[in-house]
Design a protein around this ligand. Structure first.
Ligand SMILES: NC(=O)c1ccc[n+]([C@@H]2O[C@H](COP(=O)([O-])OP(=O)(O)OC[C@H]3O[C@@H](n4cnc5c(N)ncnc54)[C@H](O)[C@@H]3O)[C@@H](O)[C@H]2O)c1
Length: 270
């Protein structure tokens, strides 16, 4: 016997994805979520600082018959965040889901890194999520009576590996997630966070990775399998769906079991 709990509840809804572009036809974490949500009938606004990358995601969705639009937006800019939310609601009539996906890496210790770099990474990785949520939450309440947010953190938040500022920013994303979940449960908004492991996305292969380093990353997983943007996209889709209706304030680790093992190699970056 089927009940309402068997409906994933994604069709006809509207999602906003920050950093939903990716280089070429590569599958980044945001692009994968955009494509998978569109396949489930969600209308998707793809925002990226680089409009061409967002437009390619939209093309990929439209080729499959999905509904999507692209917008140029720098989510470290408060005015851009406000306009992005307004544009999503004016284009698609409502806002149900926000995938706070933008993030940049940074390698080095507190001694190596510069204060300027600290401020930049915290601004891109944390403040952007604060700003976009600040405008998205009232829009979700007003247009959809609630919704769901996913903030993308990293296993670097749980197991530091030489990326000190990045680790600090991604740990802050977990705190932000929990605080937002508590504050906005009463608004019927669920807020969760995903910690991806070493996924093979354009962010990783654009900076050049040797076959050896890639094999080491795969070996670091308990499953001996390489993670891709699709794995993160599926997790985002699940957390937005009605199947996750009783899940909020949680940290979902999607890493093939990498964090279960003792760290061995410098090359298992994430
Ligand atoms: N790839 C991994 O192994 C991995 C592991 C852990 C966490 N993550 C996290 O997953 C998220 C996505 O990673 P990815 O590998 O798909 O990255 P990616 O670099 O492939 O895609 C990120 C997109 O964000 C865009 N972007 C960057 N700054 C922006 C800004 N200020 N405003 C708007 N758009 C901006 C970029 O143009 C790019 O298209 C990030 O938060 C990253 O930290 C990735």
């Amino acid at each position: 016997m089927k009940g309402p709990e068997d409906d994933e509840g994604l069709a006809g809804k509207v999602a906003l994805i920050s950093g939903g572009g990716a280089a070429g036809d590569g599958i980044g974490n945001g692009r994968a979520a955009a494509i998978l949500l569109a396949r489930a009938g969600t209308k998707v606004m793809v925002a990226d600082r680089d409009l061409k990358l967002a437009e390619r995601t939209v093309e990929m969705i439209r080729e499959e018959g999905g509904t999507s639009a692209a917008i140029a937006s720098d989510v470290t800019d408060e005015d851009d965040c406000r306009k992005l939310v307004e544009a999503t609601v004016s284009q698609f009539g409502r806002l149900d889901f926000l995938d706070n996906n933008v993030g940049i890496g940074s390698r080095g210790s507190v001694v190596d890194e510069k204060a300027e770099q600290y401020r930049k990474v915290m601004q891109v990785n944390v403040e952007s999520m604060f700003l976009l949520s600040k405008y998205a939450i009232p829009a979700m309440v007003r247009t959809a009576g609630g919704g769901a947010i996913v903030n993308i953190s990293s296993i670097s938040a749980l197991r530091p590996r030489g990326l000190t500022i990045y680790t600090t920013s991604k740990a802050a994303v977990i705190g932000l997630t929990r605080a937002m979940a508590v504050d906005h449960g009463r608004d019927n908004i669920r807020v969760n966070c995903i910690c991806p492991g070493p996924m093979y996305t354009p962010m990783v292969y654009a900076r050049g990775m040797s076959d050896q380093a890639r094999a080491n990353r795969t070996r670091a997983s308990v499953l001996k399998t390489e993670g891709t943007g699709w794995d993160i996209g599926q997790a985002v889709k699940f957390l937005f769906s009605q199947y996750a209706r009783y899940i909020t304030g949680q940290v979902l680790v999607v890493d093939g079991g990498v964090t279960l093992q003792a760290p061995e190699r410098e090359s298992e970056e994430h």
